[in-house]
Design a protein around this ligand. Structure first.
Ligand code: DP6
Length: 349
C-alpha cells in the first residue's frame, strides 16, 4: 500500500523584511517581519508526500530531479514532525499506522515550483511551508497552523509566513528555544482584495549570495544592522499593522518601499558588500518613484528580496494596468534591458 497527501502552498513577499538571525540552528530572527501571501494560482509549490512499507529510504525530488536530504534543516523539520505524528487509519486501504511506526517508515516527497527556484522569488518559503503542511496532514498532526509555522521556520525562516494567506506577521519571539517565534495572521485574503501584485522578473538566474549566508555576513560585519533591528523595524511593524488594518495605501507603500531600500542598504553595508539589485532594478525604482511623485500620492509600492526581481503592489486593477503599460514602455521587449517576464497576481492578496 501507499498513502499520499498533496498540498499547494503560495509564496509570500515580505513588506517589512526579515534579515539576520539570533540563532542559526533554530532560525530565530533579530526582528519581526510582515508579509503578504500571494494567490496560490500564481507562485506556488505543489508537494506530494507518500509513505509505503516498500520504501527503503527517505527520498525527495524537486522539479523532477532527485535532491539530497542530508541538510540539517530538512532533517530538523522531519524530526519535529515525526515526534508529533499520530495514529493514522485508512479503512478502504486496510492501513493502520501507529504513531511509533512513523519513526521507521520512509517517505517519498515530490515537489514542484511554478516559478524560478532561488532567483530571489522566495521559493524556499513556499517549498518548506508546503513540505511541513503536507507531512503534517499525512501524519495526522494535531497542531494548528501557527504551531506548524514554528516547524516550517526551522526549514527556512520566511517559510513560517506561508502557512497563512493574507497579511502575516512573524513574531520574532523572546524564548531561546524558539517556541514563541511563529507566524500569526494579521488580516485574511479578503481584507484588502483590491491590491494587485505584479512581479517583473528581471533575471530568472539563481542568485549569487544565498539569503542564509548573506544575512550571516550582515550580522557579523554591518554597523547598521543592529540599529535597523532595534530602532527602525519595531516602529515600522506597528505602523505597518495599522496601515494594513486601515487599508491606508500611502502609508503601506511608503513603509514597504523604505523598508526594502533599508534592507538593500544594510546589504551594501555588509563586508564584502552584497548587491542583490542591478541597474534594471534601480531603473524600476526610479520609474515607480517618478510616477508616485507626479500623482502626488503613491499608486504603487515596490519591494525587492535577495535578488534583482521587482515585486510591485498596485493599489487597484486600474493602477496595475497603467503600471504594466509603463513597464512595457520603459523596458521594451527587444531592448537590452528587457525583463524576462511578468507575473501578474490578479487579486493576489
Ligand atoms: C530577503 O527565509 O530565505 O526574503 O531563514 O536562512 O532560510 P533562511 O533565509 P530566508 O530569507 C528571506 C530573506 C528575505 C526577506 C524576507 O522574506 O523577510
Amino acid at each position: 500500500w501507499v498513502l499520499m497527501v498533496t498540498a499547494r502552498t503560495p509564496t509570500n513577499i515580505a513588506v517589512i523584511k526579515y534579515w539576520g538571525k539570533r540563532d542559526e540552528t533554530l532560525i530565530l530572527p533579530i526582528n519581526d517581519s510582515i508579509s503578504v501571501t500571494l494567490d496560490p494560482s500564481h507562485l506556488c509549490t505543489t508537494t506530494t508526500v507518500s509513505v509505503s512499507p516498500s520504501f527503503d529510504q527517505d527520498r525527495m525530488w524537486l522539479n523532477g530531479k532527485e535532491i539530497s536530504l542530508q541538510g540539517g534543516r530538512f532533517q530538523s523539520c522531519l524530526r519535529e514532525i515525526r515526534a508529533r505524528a499520530q495514529d493514522v487509519e485508512d479503512k478502504k486501504k486496510g492501513v493502520c499506522i501507529k504513531k511509533e511506526d512513523w519513526q521507521k517508515l520512509h517517505l517519498h516527497i515530490a515537489s514542484y515550483n511554478n516559478f524560478p527556484t532561488a532567483a530571489g522569488l522566495a521559493s524556499s518559503a513556499a517549498g518548506l511551508a508546503c513540505l511541513v503542511f503536507s507531512l503534517a496532514k499525512l501524519m495526522n498532526l494535531k497542531e494548528d497552523n501557527s504551531q506548524l509555522s514554528a516547524i516550517a521556520r526551522q526549514g527556512s525562516g520566511s517559510a513560517c509566513r506561508s502557512l497563512y494567506g493574507g497579511f502575516v506577521k512573524w513574531d520574532m519571539g523572546k524564548e531561546d528555544n524558539g517556541s514563541d517565534s511563529l507566524a500569526i495572521q494579521l488580516a485574511d485574503e479578503k481584507h484588502w482584495d483590491e491590491l494587485v501584485i505584479i512581479i517583473a522578473v528581471v533575471s530568472a538566474r539563481q542568485k549569487e549570495t544565498s539569503s542564509t549566508s548573506g544575512m550571516r555576513d550582515t550580522v557579523e560585519t554591518s554597523a547598521l544592522i543592529q540599529h535597523r533591528a532595534k530602532e527602525v523595524v519595531p516602529k515600522r511593524i506597528v505602523q505597518m499593522e495599522k496601515a494594513i488594518q486601515n487599508r491606508d495605501f500611502p502609508s503601506f507603500a511608503r513603509l514597504a518601499c523604505t523598508d526594502s531600500n533599508q534592507f538593500h542598504a544594510v546589504c551594501l553595508d555588509t563586508y564584502p558588500p552584497i548587491f542583490y539589485m542591478n541597474d534594471t532594478s534601480h531603473r524600476i525604482i526610479s520609474c515607480v518613484e517618478k510616477w508616485n511623485r507626479a500623482e502626488g500620492t503613491p499608486q504603487v509600492a515596490y519591494t525587492f528580496d535577495a535578488g534583482p526581481n521587482a515585486v510591485m503592489i498596485a493599489r487597484n486593477r486600474k493602477t496595475a494596468a497603467l503600471l504594466l503599460q509603463r513597464l512595457l514602455y520603459n523596458f521594451p521587449p527587444e531592448s537590452d534591458t528587457n525583463l524576462d517576464s511578468y507575473i501578474i497576481g490578479d487579486k493576489s492578496i
